[in-house]
Design a binder for this molecule. Structure first.
Ligand SMILES: O=C(O)CCC(=O)C(=O)O
Length: 282
C-alpha cells in the first residue's frame, strides 16, 4: 500500500522543521539505497571529506557529479518526489543531489550547523530526505533545534574538530557566530529545544536544511553509522544570493548556476537549474 502523508506529518514539518516517515522505504528500494551507498564510498567525489579507510572512519561525500545519473535513476524509481509534493502541497519537485555519511569505530559527530549558509537556497520548499541504513536511536540520528528553520542564519562551521563553531565565513560575512549547542546542552539539557527520533532502515526523516541540525558519531554503542541524504526543492524555493563574495568560497565552489530559462540564476529567481530532474513526475 502506498505511504500516506497525514495532516500531522505536514504540520510537524511546517512547525518543527522535521518529520519522521516510518516505513516509507520498501525492501527493494532499501537494497538499491545500500548499493548506491556502497558505490559512493568506493568512488569519492571532488569534495569528499575524510577517508573511507581504517578503523575509525569519518567519511562524507557530497554531490558527486559521477554519481548523479545513479541517484537520479534511484529518485525517479522512488516515492520521494510524490512525498515531497504532498508534504509541501507543491506541484513541482526538483531533485538536487546526494550526501553520504559513513562513520565507524570511534568517530566524531557532525557538528551543529545549517546547510543554507553553505548554499544559495532560499524559501520554504527545501527538504533533506535523511535516510538511515542502520538502526540507531535519536542520540545518534539526525536532530534539529525545533523551529529553527524559521530563525536566524548563523555563520557555518569549518568542522574543525578543535572548535565546533570555528566560523566558515568570519569577517567576509555578516552572520552571527554559531552558538556551541552541544556544550550548552551538556551543561543544561533543556537549554535548546531539540527534536529527533529513533530510526531503523525503511524510515525517512525529512528536515528543512535551514534547521540547526547535528548527526551523531560512532562509538562502542553504534560501531557503524551509515546514512544517506537526498535533497529536494519545490514551488516555494528560490535562488538566494546571500553568500559572501570572497575568493575563499568556504567549503564549496559556488559557480553561477545556469537556469532552465537561459542565463544564470539571479537573487530571488525560482530555483530551476538547467538539467534538474523533476522528481514528482509519475
Ligand atoms: O547525518 C549526519 O551526520 C548529518 C546530516 C546532515 O548534516 C544533513 O542532513 O545535512
Amino acid at each position: 500500500m502506498a505511504f500516506e502523508v497525514t495532516v500531522e506529518h505536514k504540520q510537524s514539518l511546517q512547525e518543527d522543521g522535521i518529520v519522521k516517515l516510518p516505513g516509507l522505504i520498501d525492501d527493494v528500494l532499501l537494497d538499491e539505497l545500500n548499493r548506491c551507498f556502497g558505490w559512493s564510498v568506493a568512488h569519492p567525489g571532488p569534495i569528499a571529506a575524510g577517508s573511507p579507510e581504517g578503523d575509525n572512519v569519518f567519511f562524507v561525500d557530497n554531490a558527486n557529479p559521477e554519481a548523479r545519473p545513479m541517484y537520479r535513476n534511484l529518485v525517479s524509481n522512488s516515492p520521494f518526489g510524490r512525498i515531497a509534493a504532498e508534504l509541501w502541497g507543491s506541484e513541482y519537485v526538483g531533485y538536487y543531489a546526494e550526501e553520504v555519511f559513513w562513520k565507524t569505530g570511534r568517530s566524531m559527530a557532525t557538528f551543529w550547523h545549517q546547510d543554507t549558509v553553505y548554499s544559495q537556497w532560499g524559501g520554504e520548499h527545501w527538504g533533506n530526505f535523511w535516510i538511515p541504513l542502520v538502526e540507531m536511536n535519536a542520540e545518534y540520528a539526525i536532530r534539529v533545534v525545533r523551529g529553527s528553520h524559521q530563525g536566524i542564519m548563523y555563520d557555518g562551521t569549518t568542522f574543525n574538530p578543535k572548535d565546533p563553531t570555528d566560523p566558515l565565513w568570519g569577517d567576509a560575512g555578516d552572520f552571527p557566530r554559531l552558538p556551541d549547542i552541544s556544550a550548552d546542552i551538556e551543561k543544561d539539557p533543556t537549554s535548546w529545544d531539540v527534536a529527533g527520533f529513533d530510526v531503523e532502515p525503511g524510515d525517512v526523516v525529512v528536515l528543512h536544511p535551514h534547521c540547526l541540525h547535528t548527526g551523531g558519531g560512532a562509538d562502542e554503542n553504534l560501531p557503524e553509522r551509515k546514512n544517506l541524504v537526498l535533497r529536494f526543492f519545490g514551488d516555494k524555493s528560490f535562488f538566494s544570493d546571500h553568500l559572501p563574495k570572497t575568493k575563499d568560497r568556504g567549503l564549496y565552489d559556488h559557480e553561477p548556476i545556469p537556469a532552465t530559462s537561459g542565463g544564470y540564476l539571479q537573487d530571488g529567481d525560482p530555483y530551476r537549474p538547467e538539467g534538474t530532474l523533476q522528481a514528482n513526475a509519475v
